[in-house]
Design a protein around this ligand. Structure first.
Ligand code: 6PG
Length: 234
């Protein structure tokens, strides 16, 4: 049974401060222990205030590698591109930010294989995986659709794969690449950043449902052995 701890904050500002502090602690600990840190950060909007605060931290950034936990298959520079947003914040600090989808392609499975090859070159497991959760219970880009089972039950050594959500999510109606459940569950630290009661209700229900949950976040968390911190604000 996954050990899950909710950390509740009064507002999004407090949430951002706390998450930035926790990520900084993970990075510093990884550098102390292994000389470098490799972290996967969620896309979407919720965690960005935390990333902005994290970017102000005094860290040995040249020892930090950041990958998007998932990426929309769009050109670099596209407003939907997660790595573009992360790069703007962290490349000027000297961190290595990896474009796991270096160019748009119609072949999302090939994009997934290419992203996986990039991930295979990184020290593993991830020192941190920070996830967001959609209102439909998706996390990273693990969505219902033709690739759902592969994302959840593919080969353990698979770190990234191509995903075609079905239905396409309205906020970013494109194919994606995503960390697999195995990659997420293997991280040394796993955090979730969410706001709003509706998402909290979905996550609590998904946790109760466990391995048979229809929600991707429920299926992912059911596989995690390490404690999971869920940072939440109304
Ligand atoms: C993505 C994200 C995705 C995101 C959730 C929540 O690329 O879409 O990684 O998993 O975390 O959709 O997004 P918000 O924080 O914007 O609600």
């Amino acid at each position: 049974m996954t050990e899950i701890e909710w950390w509740d904050y009064d507002d999004a500002g407090e949430l951002a401060e706390a998450i930035a502090g926790d990520i900084q602690f993970v990075i510093e600990s990884a550098i102390d222990a292994r000389g470098s840190a490799v972290i996967a950060l969620a896309g979407g909007k919720t965690p960005f205030p935390a990333y902005e605060k994290l970017a102000q931290a005094k860290l040995d950034w040249k020892r930090v590698t950041i990958v998007p936990g998932d990426e929309r298959i769009v050109p670099l520079g596209d407003p939907l591109s997660n790595v573009t947003q992360l790069g703007k914040l962290f490349i000027p600090k000297g961190a290595r930010v990896i474009p796991i989808v270096p160019k748009q392609t119609e072949d999302y499975k090939a994009a997934g294989r290419s992203a996986d090859a990039l991930m295979q070159d990184l020290h593993w497991p991830l020192d941190l995986c920070l996830l967001g959760v959609g209102g439909d219970g998706h996390t990273a880009s693990i969505f219902p659709g033709p690739d759902f089972d592969e994302a959840l039950n593919g080969p353990k050594e698979r770190r990234m794969l191509g995903v075609m959500p079905d239905p396409l999510p309205p906020e970013a109606p494109v194919a994606r690449v995503s960390l697999s459940r195995a990659a997420i569950a293997s991280a040394r630290a796993l955090m979730i950043a969410v706001t709003g009661q509706a998402k909290r209700d979905v996550i609590e229900k998904a946790i109760d449902q466990g391995p048979s949950s229809p929600y991707p976040i429920g299926r992912v968390l059911a596989d995690v052995e390490l404690p999971v911190d869920i940072h939440w604000a109304p």
